[in-house]
Ligand binder design. Structure first.
Ligand code: HEC
Length: 325
């Protein structure tokens, strides 16, 4: 990568000029990062719907997101410009989608000019994050997220790590039969503690379920699970399969987040084919979960998802909630 920096720089100049011509900005804009964001008016939806994306677009935008999510590093601006060049060279979008994209890219390049001076510049970084957020609002990129997804993603991650530790210890010390009780107690305990601590309602749902009191997906979750299964079979890395969604209703803003849970080999003992389960283990599972449907899975298959939800109350309903409590 390093030896290409010079090359990137040259192409960056070419593409910056190209973008300038497309959005007809004054030629001084690159060194005037504080000018009014007049070009935003040109960012439009496709008759109310998001623009279709292609693989190079999704790849390049994900790389820019990763660059800005990492701690400020030397060469950040050059790397961002390199990704913008990659997008310009490789995306094959319909002309109108391309025009919308160039509005965003112009903004990203403008922010990169600020980051050129100081990779840690808060306004520069915020400007990129804002462009990335707008990208998700105008372009159809399944699983796209920016800052707002990080909170719930961290919580889901903690759930995963804590439960895996508990499960591993229990399997080692007492074998699967004992681990069933650990799973039965630890999973809901971790979920409710994380819920209390974070203000998100945290749970796990399954494509088929063992504990139908907590594990049954609702309509939105079912849709996501179907989508996750498709993404998994299309080869997307399991730990990147997630979705964020926000809707505004009378009470406030409902935010939802889901992250795929994929079967590992260590899960097979309790979620693999029934016929392969030891009789004592099967008996223990049947005792606790007479309607257990969460068997017959293979390693690598979608097992379910972490699912988080919260309502950010609007100020009017906050006042009401205060009275209700
Ligand atoms: C020792 C047996 C055991 C092992 C091993 C195990 N599980 Fe489970 N699993 C359970 C039990 C018991 C429940 C029900 C927990 C409850 O009551 O909340 C469960 C529930 C779940 C659920 C929630 C949905 C549902 O069906 O109720 C998911 C998702 C899940 N397991 C995924 C996994 C994954 C992924 C692994 C491997 C990393 C794994 N499990 C390993 C026993 C096990």
């Amino acid at each position: 990568m390093q030896q290409n920096v010079g090359l990137h720089f040259t192409t960056a100049i070419v593409s910056t000029t190209a973008i300038l011509m497309m959005v007809s900005l004054p030629s001084a804009w690159a060194v005037q990062p504080t000018h009014e964001h007049a070009e935003h008016s040109a960012l439009v939806l496709n008759e109310g719907r998001k623009w279709a994306t292609d693989l190079p677009l999704r790849t390049g935008m994900e790389r820019i997101r990763a660059l800005i999510a990492a701690p400020p590093a030397l060469g950040l601006a050059a790397n961002i410009r390199g990704q913008v060049d990659f997008l310009i060279l490789n995306c094959e979008l319909a002309p109108q989608a391309d025009a919308a994209l160039h509005v965003l890219l112009a903004d990203i390049l403008e922010a990169a000019a600020v980051l050129q001076e100081d990779a840690a510049s808060a306004p520069g970084r915020a400007r990129i994050s804002q462009s990335l957020m707008r990208y998700g609002e105008y372009f159809d990129h399944p699983g796209w997220y920016v800052d707002e997804m990080r909170g719930p993603a961290d919580i889901a991650n903690r759930f995963q790590v804590e439960l895996a530790e508990k499960l591993q210890t229990a399997m080692k010390s007492g074998g699967p039969v004992q681990a069933v009780t650990v799973c039965k107690d630890a999973a809901p305990a971790i979920a409710s503690r994380l819920s209390r601590e974070s203000g998100w309602q945290v749970k796990r749902v399954g494509t088929r379920v063992r504990n139908s009191l907590t594990g049954l997906p609702d309509d939105w979750e079912q849709l996501q699970l179907a989508d996750f299964a498709e993404r998994l079979s299309a080869g997307e890395p399991a730990n990147e399969i997630a979705e964020f969604n926000a809707t505004v209703g009378p009470r406030g803003r409902t935010e939802r987040y889901m992250k795929a849970i994929v079967m590992g080999p260590q899960c097979l003992a309790c979620h693999g084919p029934r016929a392969t389960q030891a009789p004592a283990l099967r008996a223990a599972l049947d005792r606790e979960y007479p309607h257990d449907a969460a068997t017959g899975y293979a390693a690598g298959e979608l097992r379910g998802a972490f699912s988080l939800q919260r309502i950010v109350l609007s100020s009017a309903s906050t006042a009401r909630a205060g009275v209700e409590r």
